[in-house]
Design a protein around this ligand. Structure first.
Ligand SMILES: Cc1cc2nc3c(=O)[nH]c(=O)nc-3n(C[C@H](O)[C@H](O)[C@H](O)COP(=O)(O)OP(=O)(O)OC[C@H]3O[C@@H](n4cnc5c(N)ncnc54)[C@H](O)[C@@H]3O)c2cc1C
Length: 533
């Protein structure tokens, strides 16, 4: 008998979610994590003496309410608060947009009467589609299978269920759905709005973590992906976990341990053990061998199949395709310790706008140019930066009177060309990002007393995010829904028996959602019950 029922590779939030559901159902679960800390990309660490922040992921909305409830995360200490304002978009020319409950319409009206009328219907259109897609988040998408056996019948019913959910949409809404899956965000936004800042508000959601122009086909889907979420029941809102994103994974880890599962840290998997066509365990970096009936991997699918699975174990066509899995979200992440709050030229002093996601990227044209410059140069010399100052909502992260800010900088090349390395350009690019903020908030650069820098290469080294891809794989149509991570494997089952995908490389993809972990656990439990029936 194996020493455990399930080995889970990776203690990111999806590995933990999967572990919690399986342990809750009575299975023996052993989570093995390469790093010395729990949480993967959802983690809080001290980055400068006395200053802590969410190291990578930094803002909450997509975390699934069902996962929160089932794992009793609130009872286990998680507290999520709303931003006092949702987004603030300053410009160098004195105009700004400030959105949030009760203020969006008025702020837009100050920029464009036409857009103030258009925003309600456009948001309602987006919300109607987001509602239907939300209903797909916690279930496996239809999986394409060959033959006419029991699996094919089950998948036919799954496809029917999906089609029925779509039928709840009117014909006009189905047209919107098609647009959102195929068109560029830029084209859709140009059709509806006239003001640059209003378009940039939505356009940012289309390029965040997406190394593409807002005019790239398919970017409208990325925009939609960021509208799925909610905070404390308020749809589309973004909030903050008190204590940073690590508070989410700490609460999850409590759940996992309370249900009796083991989490081993500093326990990287060197290789998957494969017997015939079945995954039967793992070999850790220190040579320890662990055997199990099932192995669930929460790591990037390309990392799993090209680095951990032994040569010759995979069907050749599968291996060829997964080698082409597209990674690289083109982001540079910084945390800065601040001696004081920034003051923006367009709205000086303190105020609710400092608790918002502050988007420095005042038009779709600016975002498009930023992408093209990054393609040519390696990074954009006029970058798009989102600034978030969590200490405006949370006094646990910095000494009194001082602050931390997350800078999420878009449009840097996943890998630099001409043999250049991110190791040689990290500091220079960080200076550029700080100077960019300083252009909008003079004095910001002087207030920075400590900084942590994560280039795409650093994200790969520290977190196993290949090419720095924050979502374990980009989101073109051929890497979404039934094709995530590959047609024929959308049901969380890998090409080897007993091997499952439980991380962001599976549907519904990236973000701190808990959904792939939840969905994979349901499939493993179904297989387990069938096996022992
Ligand atoms: C810079 C950045 C900013 C982001 N911002 C946000 C945000 O604000 N909001 C949001 O919702 N999402 C955000 N995301 C996306 C989100 O954080 C990720 O999609 C999500 O956390 C991935 O969770 P996961 O559990 O699937 O994988 P991960 O968190 O990547 O966990 C995988 C785990 O596997 C471990 N591992 C790797 N290799 C091995 C091995 N060989 N053996 C054992 N363990 C291994 C890793 O160390 C890691 O702990 C951001 C991500 C990044 C990187």
């Amino acid at each position: 008998m194996n020493e455990t029922d399930v080995i889970i590779i990776g203690a990111g939030h999806n590995g933990l979610t999967c572990a919690a559901y399986l342990a809750m159902a009575g299975l023996r679960v052993h989570v093995v994590e390469r790093r010395k800390v729990i949480g993967g990309a959802a983690v809080t660490e001290e980055f400068h003496p006395g200053f802590r922040n969410s190291v990578a992921a930094y803002t909450v909305s997509l975390l699934n309410p069902r996962v929160v409830a089932d794992l009793k995360l609130h009872e286990r200490g998680l507290r999520i608060v709303e931003r006092r304002a949702q987004n603030f978009l300053p410009t160098p020319d004195g105009r700004y947009l400030l959105t949030g409950e009760g203020r969006t319409q008025a702020s837009i009206a100050g920029l464009s009467a036409r857009d103030a009328e258009a925003i309600g219907p456009f948001s309602a259109r987006l919300e109607a589609i987001a509602d239907v897609l939300r209903s797909f988040v916690l279930r496996a998408p239809p999986n394409l299978v060959e033959g006419f056996g029991a699996t094919a019948i089950r998948e036919a019913f799954n496809a029917l269920g999906t089609a029925n959910a779509l039928r709840a949409l009117s014909l006009e809404q189905q047209r919107d759905l098609l647009d959102l899956f195929t068109r560029s965000a830029g084209d859709m936004l140009d059709d509806v709005f006239e003001n640059d800042l209003v378009k940039a508000l939505f356009g940012f959601d289309a390029i965040v973590g997406n190394y593409a122009s807002p005019y790239a086909a398919g970017s409208a889907y990325v925009m939609l992906h960021h509208a799925f979420g909610e905070v404390n029941g308020k749809k589309g809102a973004w909030g903050h976990a008190i204590g940073g994103m690590g508070a989410i994974t700490q609460a999850m880890a409590h759940a996992v341990r309370d249900y009796g599962a083991i989490i081993a840290l500093d326990a990287g998997v060197r290789e998957l053990i494969v017997d015939g066509d079945r995954a039967t365990g793992v070999v850790l970096d220190d040579g320890t061998v662990l055997r199990a009936n099932y192995v669930a991997a929460s790591v990037n699918p390309k990392l799993l199949y090209t680095r951990l699975v032994p040569d010759g174990a995979l069907p050749a066509p599968f291996l060829t395709r997964i080698k082409n899995w597209r990674n690289g979200s083109g982001t540079f992440r910084m945390n800065v310790a601040l001696s004081r709050l920034p003051s923006f030229t367009v709205l000086p002093g303190e105020g609710d706008h400092l608790s918002a996601g502050i988007i420095l990227g005042p038009s779709l044209g600016y975002m498009d140019r930023a992408y093209l410059d990054a393609r040519a140069h390696g990074w954009s010399r006029e970058p798009v930066v989102e600034v978030l100052i969590p200490t405006t909502l949370d006094d646990t992260l910095a000494p009194p009177g001082q602050h931390v800010a997350s800078l999420f900088c878009q449009h840097v090349a996943p890998e630099l060309s001409d043999g250049r390395s991110w190791d040689d350009h990290r500091e220079e690019v960080a200076d550029l990002m700080i100077a960019t903020v300083d252009n909008y908030a003079p004095g910001f650069a002087a207030s920075v007393i400590g900084r942590q820098l994560l280039s795409p290469l650093d994200l790969e080294r520290q977190f196993g995010l290949l090419g720095g891809d924050i979502f374990h794989g980009a989101r073109p149509q051929n890497q979404l829904f039934s094709a995530r991570p590959m047609l024929g494997h959308a049901d969380y089952r890998g090409p080897l028996k007993g091997l499952y995908h439980c991380g962001s490389g599976a549907h519904p993809g990236g973000g701190v959602t808990g959904a792939p972990g939840h969905n994979a656990a349901q499939v493993i439990l179904r297989d387990h019950r069938a096996w022992f029936a």
